[in-house]
Design a protein around this ligand. Structure first.
Ligand code: ATP
Ligand code: MG
Ligand code: MG
Ligand code: MG
Length: 352
């Protein structure tokens, strides 16, 4: 009595490649005695394909060559045709749960989750609202402010405001924050589109860069900080993992430092005083509950080096799952090995 689980991967966002690695890693770790895995890839153009490929094909980007001919992914249920994967023969494979291993916009932001809701298919992770709240850094910060969870000062700017009068925006930022500042697309991940700016010129170019990815930009007070990450798991009862620390090989943890340089390190568990560790774990659960989180998230924090103050940075509702990624490693260090972690995530999806 195996479960049919569809693993969705790829996607339209700037994190397409990261997703391929995350999904391949998940497929390798899934218990084949419990699950039939159906791989559904989404191209950068947003086309969906049911593929019979190996995790290696996924990672190498060759997965589309293995599309099952004549198949069709039907997510619009009707009385004659339930939602599922339709084969050329007309047979429909019913999907018991979806695991959307897609990072960034159109994967982690509630849009994909909305499709599953419409199709009544159980899925791993956060629902529509929590996904979109965590993805939009400007909205997320408003919720954290409301909850009294500390974070660095910030300003958010829309494309049309910046295009109308660049100098006004620069002046507003300079009035509110001190250099260095970080410019970020409001909706993105893997540090795509993020820059550090130390003067007005860099600020303007950082905003322009971020605007390539989104029509809204968040500008944050840059701080000199340790970076601590916590994994959470659960819905009604939420558990927090031991915290881990990121040791970036570059000035900040940008895309290259995350995936290409291969010399950033993670330290698990992070070396923290017991009270700081508990404070961070409590903040992680509080923040997750504040956005109505479900199932899974990785919560990122800063500890400012000069003051030892703890700030929340963000929530990632579909964190990286590559073999070097924090989320599975944090649970492993907390007593839950990768394969069991996936069982638990799928169990939570069905329960929801
Ligand atoms: P993720 O891959 O975790 O989803 P992301 O694209 O959402 O990343 P952030 O986590 O917001 O981006 O920022 C990326 C990195 O930039 C951080 O890990 C940190 O190294 C640096 N950074 C971001 N904001 C600040 C800040 N306010 N002060 C200092 N460093 C920062
Ligand atoms: Mg993020
Ligand atoms: Mg992310
Ligand atoms: Mg982050």
């Amino acid at each position: 009595n195996k479960m049919n689980v569809a693993v969705l991967f790829g996607g339209k966002s700037g994190e397409h490649e990261v997703s391929l690695e995350s999904a391949a890693s998940i497929c390798r770790a899934m218990d084949k005695d419990k699950y039939n895995i159906y791989m559904i890839g989404i191209t950068k153009n947003g086309e969906w394909a049911y593929c019979k490929c190996t995790p290696d094909d996924m990672e190498s980007g060759k997965w589309l060559q293995f599309e099952v001919e004549g198949s069709n992914i039907n997510l619009i249920p009707s009385q004659s045709r339930p939602a599922g994967i339709e084969l050329e023969s007309g047979e429909i494979i019913k999907i018991d749960a979806c695991f959307p291993v897609i990072h960034g916009p159109f994967g982690e932001d509630g849009t994909l989750q909305g499709i599953f809701e419409m199709a009544s298919i159980p899925y791993v992770g956060c629902k529509v609202l929590s996904s979109s709240l965590a993805m939009d850094k400007a909205m997320f910060k408003k919720v954290m402010d409301f909850e009294g969870i500390p974070q660095v000062d910030y300003v958010s700017v829309r494309a049309y405001e910046f295009e109308k009068k660049e100098e006004d925006v620069i002046k507003m930022v300079e009035d509110m924050l001190d250099y260095p500042v970080f410019t970020k697309p409001a909706n993105m991940g893997s540090s795509v589109g993020i820059s550090k700016a130390s003067d007005a010129y860099e600020l303007a170019s950082g905003i322009r860069e971020a605007l390539k990815h989104d029509s809204k930009v968040v500008i944050e007070q840059g701080i000199n900080a340790r970076e601590i990450e916590v994994a959470v798991l659960g819905s009604e009862t939420v558990r927090a993992s031991v915290p881990g620390e990121v040791l970036s090989c570059k000035d900040f943890y940008d895309y290259e430092a995350k995936y290409l340089a291969n010399s950033s390190k993670t330290l698990i568990p992070a070396q923290l005083d017991e009270d700081v560790k508990c404070e961070i774990q409590d903040m992680a659960i509080k923040a997750f509950k504040a956005i109505d989180g479900e199932g899974i998230s990785r919560i990122d924090f800063f500890i400012e080096k000069d003051t030892n103050r703890v700030y929340i940075n963000e929530i990632n509702t579909m964190p990286g799952f590559t073999k070097i990624s924090m989320y599975p490693k944090l649970w492993d260090a907390s007593g839950m090995p990768y394969t069991k972690l996936i069982d638990e995530l799928i169990r939570l999806a069905i329960k929801k």
